[in-house]
Design a binder for this molecule. Sequence first.
Ligand code: CMC
Length: 385
Amino acid sequence: MSITMSTPHPGRFDKGLADTIAAESAMSYIDGANGVLEYVGLEIDTLARNSTFEEVVYLLWHQKLPTRSQLDGFEEDIRAEHDLPQAIWDMMSSLPASAVPMHALRTLVSALSLYDPEADDQSPASNQRKATRLLAKTPVLIANFDRHRNGKDFVKPDPSLGIATGFLTMLNGKKPTKTMAQALDVCLILHADHGFNASTFAALVTISTLSDIYSAVTTAIGTLKGPLHGGANQAVMRMLDEIGDVSKVEAYITDKLRRKEKVMGFGHRVYKAYDPRAAYLKTFAGQLAHDTGNQTLYEKSEAIDKLMHERVASKGIHPNVDFYSATTYYSIGLAVDLFTPIFVMSRIAGWVGHCIEYLTSNKLMRPRCEYVGPHNQQYMPIEKR
Ligand code: CMC
């Protein structure tokens, strides 16, 4: 019996989708060759210097900066959504203290859908409300899971505080200094959106099936966790720790490159010039490390940066956002395994924004694969194999 061979499909093979443009978006623009990042046409530096995270989220979601009253209204909407259903507080208390925060966060965000009567309502108004809900509740989950695992009582969200200040207040049980809150706010701005990065794309694959926003964000959290993506900030901190003294930097990096291993916090799929977020954070981390007595950590980071520049900058490998954010988060006093959850706290803005944008002209995301297996095989009964 002859079996019809599958005809090769006409699509172009693009491993890792590196050169594939999967949809249009009006949220963030990246010029990888020149190291430019804009949110809705505004340079990331300008926003980091002048804006707040809440204002930037409004910008990404509405494609315009808010007026004073629009921002006040948006902040009020966020405040009204901070608190968690009692069942989620109870569930959080029952999680093992040994749980990795990213696993706990993924589980808790997914569980939020169980207590949201409009979880499956796909109307734009409902999705907008759920987006605000997720933005508001995520910091509460991260801070209070950290308290739970450290045997501390929960601290309920204070609706009079903004996202960065409120998060640090819950985490530490006391209000942060203005400098610390501002430092976190800047990091949240810098991480809020970045085109079709892996986690945003994963969220879009999920939403494109007309699933729901909670499922899309749960997918995205799982995707961000990997060390080639958001998990890199933790990996950078572990590397800084492993190196030990600054005098060991040269031997460590030389060995890594010789073994053809990745140096965490370097390289980017899109940026072949210096990542503008890393450029901003470099100066910022230096000042913060100085102010908090973490000068040696910063000096070590700078030494790695300098050496990598000499060795691999010609290949387009530069620090990415995760490299100096490690020193910044450490200087703010955050536990290393909270670095990636904080990335979630920020990037959730991009995830839900892209989902809502994509749903305005949805098409199922469904690429093809190049089949490289055999054809015309004979079926062999199990006892004869
Ligand atoms: N250290 C040393 N060499 C590197 C690095 C690095 N960090 N990144 C890329 N290269 C080399 C790589 O070995 C390869 O060399 P060759 O052509 O000689 O084989 C070349 O550069 C291309 O690398 P690639 O992995 O094929 O490029 P990619 O576009 O698939 O990878 C990346 C991008 C981010 C996955 C990669 O640069 C990497 O693994 N970096 C370390 C992890 C990291 O910091 N991730 C955070 C990314 S930015 C923030 C985010 O998205 O969350």
